[in-house]
Every structure is written in C-alpha cells, then in structure tokens.
Design a protein. Structure first.
Length: 514
C-alpha cells in the first residue's frame, strides 16, 4: 500500500514540474512566474484543490506521441480568495508554450462548467502560444468550446482574465468575452495578428509592446481594464476586485463592517466646486471623499478618462461608481466614454451591484470624428445600459447636466431611484452661451451693443435655468442637498433600496445598439 501512496506522491511531484527545470528557469528569466507560483500568490494559502493533474494530450503527429507532460500545459482547479470559492485555470508556458490542445481545452471547459453549476467566479491566468499547432482543427474546436462557455457564463458568474504572457490570434476572444482583463507591463501582450503579419499587410513597423502590450490596451484600445507593474501586483489586484463583487448573479457582494454612528459631515465637499462654471476640478476627489476609507478601486483608469468607473464602499456596501471627470475634456461624453461606462453599468446590473452616478457633463462631444465614428450608436449604449438596469441607481448632479447627457446620466426619467443635485447644479438643454446665441439671435443682431446684449441675456438665462430648482419643482431631482451631507443621504438611500424590486418586460433579450 505504501508503495502506491509513494508512487502517487512521485507522480504528483513530476506533474508539478510542468515542462521541467530548464523551461522553468527560462520562464523566470523572462521575468515571469510559473503557472503554480501564480496560483499560490492568487489564492488563500493551502486552499487550492487541483483537478486533472494527470491528463495527457492524445495527439500522435509530429512526434507528439513521444512528448507527454502530465497536465498538458494548464493547471486547473478550485480555491478560495478571502475565504470565498473560485474556479481557476492557469496556463503553463513551460509545456508546449502553454498552447491549447484538445485536452487542455477540455480541462478548462470542465472547471468552467463546474463554476457555472456551483455559481462561483472563474479566473483564467493566460500565458499561451495559442492553438497547439500540431493538433490543427482539434485545437481550434477547443477554443470554440471555451468561447461558447464564456458566452453562456456571461452574466451568470463573474469571469476574470489575467493575461500574463502571450495571448494572440483567435485566443484573444476568450478574455475579450469575459468581464475584466488584467495585463502586466512589458511581459503580456494581446493581438489578433502579430507585428510580422502587420508588417507584411500594412507595412507598419511596430513592436510587440506597442501593438498589443499592457499600456496600449489599457489606454488606447480599452481592451484591458487593469494594467499593473508586475505579476504580484496584478494578482493582488485580482483579489481586490473580487472583494467588491458577488459570486454569481443571485448573490450579493460582500459587505464590510461600518459604524454609521461615527459618520460625520464632510465639509471639504462644500468647497470642491470652483466659482467659475468653466473651471475644472477633480471628480476623483469627490469620489474619494464619499468612499469608505477613501478607498476607490478604479476600472479602466487610463482609458476614456473623461468618465470614471470603479468600485467603492458606501456604509460598508459595495457600489459601482460612474462619474464624469470635468478635468478631462470637461467631462464630455464621447464614443469611448460611452462604451466604457455602458459596459461597466451592465456588469453592475448583471451582478446586483448598486450604482452611484456623479454628473458634471457639458453634453456629447461635437465633431465629424465623433459623428462619423458613430457617437449616435455608441452614446445609445450608455443610454440603453442605464435604462435597462434594475439595480438600485442613485444620481448626484454636482454641477452641469446639459442636453441629452442629462437624460443619459441616469436621470429620473430612465428609472434613477434617487436623484439629488448640489445647489450649484445647472440643468438645461444647453450651456448658457450656446443657448443665448440661438434663442436671442435676432435681439442680439439688432442691439446697438451686441456684446452688452449678450451679457444681459446670459445673466437672464443663468438666473432662469442654471440652477437645480426648476428641475426640483418638477420632481426630476428628489432633493437639492448640501454637498457635505451627501454621504449620509447616499447611505440612507442605498439602505432603503436594499429591498428594491424592479423588472423589465419579458423578452428573449434586448437588442443593445452594438
Ligand atoms: C505548439 C508551441 C506553440 C504552439 C509555442 N510552442 N507556441 N507549441 N503550438 N502554438 C512551443 C515551442 O515550440 C517551444 O517548445 C515552447 O513552446 C516555447 O516557445 P518559444 O518559441 O521557445 O518561446 P518564446 O521565444 O518565448 O516565444 C513565444 C511565442 C512563440 C511568441 C508565443 O512561441 C510563437 O510565436 N509561437 C507560435 C504562436 C502562434 O502562431 N500560435 C498560433 C496562433 S493562431 P520547446 O519544446 O522548445 O520548449 C491561434 C489561433 C487560435 O492560436 C484560434 C482560436 C479560434
């Protein structure tokens, strides 16, 4: 009996070596950790239960019948993060470059199915040379099996992709379907076709990093939601993200202890809005002052910075924040801001995360570039996302809410549950200058002193519209509040909304403008 136990231990030790010491050394030399080292850093100590450690590929061509590595290039199993269960796979670059074979795909599919059955998040650590070239179409089929499950699992369980090495070709579409993508500077890259193909087809000279590195995807394409300096920081941030989100669509996010009796007013909020309506301020300061422990976990920090998305806690409750950033492009809504925020709203709504919207928006960005690239279609995504969301939704208009952007940014009309305005709020069809030039065009042109006439009409317009009280008279905002009292108001409102029930009409699915 002891022999058999010893044999098992030996087999497991062998399997843990993946592609062997030499390849592990080479992985380390590239500044990368191994598949198992990553798991150790990611999950609670001693919590990992591996499955399918002895799976081997079935390929025979190109000498593969003589090359077998137990586990076949991917480590899969179940573990805990902060005591909560997760499913994971971690591709092992030391085995055939982490390439995806039929059996490698089957292992991933197995944990995905279990994650869906049990309602636990799936975390994929990607480090792979793509389809196992020697296996041909069987490998492509394996990818498609994963894509299908990614799609079916969308909205059922959170899916997080961590790209820690190459992720190229069609392989990129599994992470792309998942909810969040993490990348690491300098060692991870994603592209549909690499620099060599790009050179042949478009004659562009571009490096791996420039074409599909972490910073490119975090700031230019928006493919990556998080970019980190190294693997350790990346894996710790995955843990942090999980702390804000539930295990599945029926679950609620974990709450933190919060002593409401210790909550005090925040006078700094009264002084944040500048005297001039055209002066910027940092909306992140507002968010930090509202967040418990000033802890705001930003998503897509470097992409479409004119809108801010991320998670914080309010009174211990996890909340998704969407806020215009007056410091970047005056907080205007453009194509990238609209799609970024729309996807975030839909994630929160799918996973019962209440939404806080902070509004300071001068409108949609004008121009041919925006119109020709479809600001109508893309702006509609954000409108659609807010309109269909049934989670608790609260809006605070801190300053400007002009034009269509007023409607879009979770107005009362699209089922905002509580809509507040600060006393500096300006809510109107358009900003004073544009409005005056249109509606008083004749008076201005006939005036002896047009400049003076514009000034006069401007002050009339500002007096009439650039305040929150007409909106409040209509009940389109529920209250005009003193900024320093905002956090208390929000906590009370979110607590009231704990029992909120709202539904959408029965349908197969909506048709969001894509
Ligand atoms: C089989 C592969 C492999 C692959 C790498 N290896 N990619 N084996 N299939 N796709 C093996 C290598 O033979 C080598 O084996 C080991 O992994 C490490 O590879 P190296 O090339 O030595 O590593 P490195 O120099 O770091 O380069 C990494 C790499 C390169 C850039 C990923 O290996 C590469 O270009 N691989 C091919 C990538 C590719 O074209 N894949 C197909 C993409 S199309 P040994 O035994 O020496 O350790 C695709 C379609 C998916 O994936 C479609 C889904 C719908």
């Amino acid at each position: 009996m002891k022999d058999k136990i010893d044999k098992l231990s030996k087999l497991k030790e062998e399997a843990k070596l993946g592609g062997g010491e030499e390849r592990i050394k080479s992985q380390h030399e590239k500044g990368k950790l191994t598949a198992r080292e990553r798991i150790e850093l990611l999950v609670d100590e001693g919590s990992f239960d591996e499955v399918d450690m002895f799976v081997k590929h079935r390929a025979k061509d190109f000498g593969l019948d003589k090359q077998h590595f137990p586990g076949d290039g991917v480590v899969t199993g179940f573990a805990k993060i902060d005591g909560r269960p997760i499913a994971l796979f971690s591709q092992d670059f030391t085995v055939f470059g982490g390439s995806l074979s039929e059996t490698h795909a089957e292992k991933i599919v197995k944990v995905m199915k279990m994650a869906m059955k049990t309602g636990i998040p799936l975390i994929g650590l990607n480090d792979s040379g793509g389809a196992r070239i020697q296996e041909g179409v069987v490998s492509l089929g394996g990818y498609a099996d994963i894509f299908l499950l990614n799609t079916l699992a969308s909205g059922v369980i959170p899916q997080i992709s961590v790209v820690l090495g190459p992720c190229a070709g069609g392989a990129v579409y599994s992470p792309a379907i998942t909810d969040f993508i993490f990348m690491v500077k300098n060692t991870s890259y994603m592209f549909v076709t690499g620099p060599n193909v790009v050179k042949t087809v478009t004659h562009e000279d571009v490096s791996f990093e420039e074409l599909g590195g972490a910073e490119t995807h975090a700031s230019k394409s928006g493919v990556a939601h998080f970019v980190c300096e190294n693997e350790i920081e990346t894996l710790l941030n995955v843990r942090k993200l999980l702390s804000f989100i539930p295990l599945n669509y029926r679950d609620k996010s974990p709450e933190k202890e919060f002593d409401i009796s210790k909550l005090t007013y925040e006078p700094k909020l009264d002084d944040i809005i500048p005297d001039s309506a055209n002066k910027p301020y940092d909306m992140k300061e507002v968010i930090n002052l509202l967040s418990d422990e000033q802890d705001f976990f930003e998503v897509h920090q470097f992409y479409a910075e004119n809108i801010i998305c991320g998670f914080c806690r309010l009174g211990g409750m996890s909340v998704g924040v969407i806020a215009n950033q007056p410091q970047v492009l005056a907080g205007v809504l453009d194509i990238n801001a609209s799609t970024k925020a729309a996807r975030f709203v839909r994630f929160c709504d799918a996973f019962n995360i209440p939404i806080l919207v902070l509004v300071d928006v001068p409108g949609f960005l004008p121009g041919t570039e925006q119109e020709w690239n479809g600001i109508i279609r893309h702006g509609a995504k954000l409108l659609f996302a807010f309109s269909e969301a049934t989670v608790p939704k609260i809006t605070v208009i801190t300053r400007k809410a002009y034009g269509g952007a007023y409607d879009v940014m979770n107005s009362k009309h699209i089922r905002g549950d509580f809509n507040f305005a600060w006393p500096f709020a300006e809510i109107a069809v358009m900003g004073p200058k544009g409005a005056v030039e249109i509606i008083f065009k004749k008076e201005i042109s006939k005036a002896a002193n047009p400049e003076k006439e514009i000034e006069k009409k401007l002050s009339e317009y500002i007096e009439k519209f650039a305040n929150p009280y007409i909106t409040a008279e209509r009940g389109y905002v529920d209250d005009v509040i003193i900024p320093r009292e905002t956090k208390q108001k929000l906590i009370n409102a979110f607590n009231l909304l704990r029992t909120k029930v709202d539904t959408n009409p029965k349908k197969k699915h909506g048709n969001i403008p894509l």
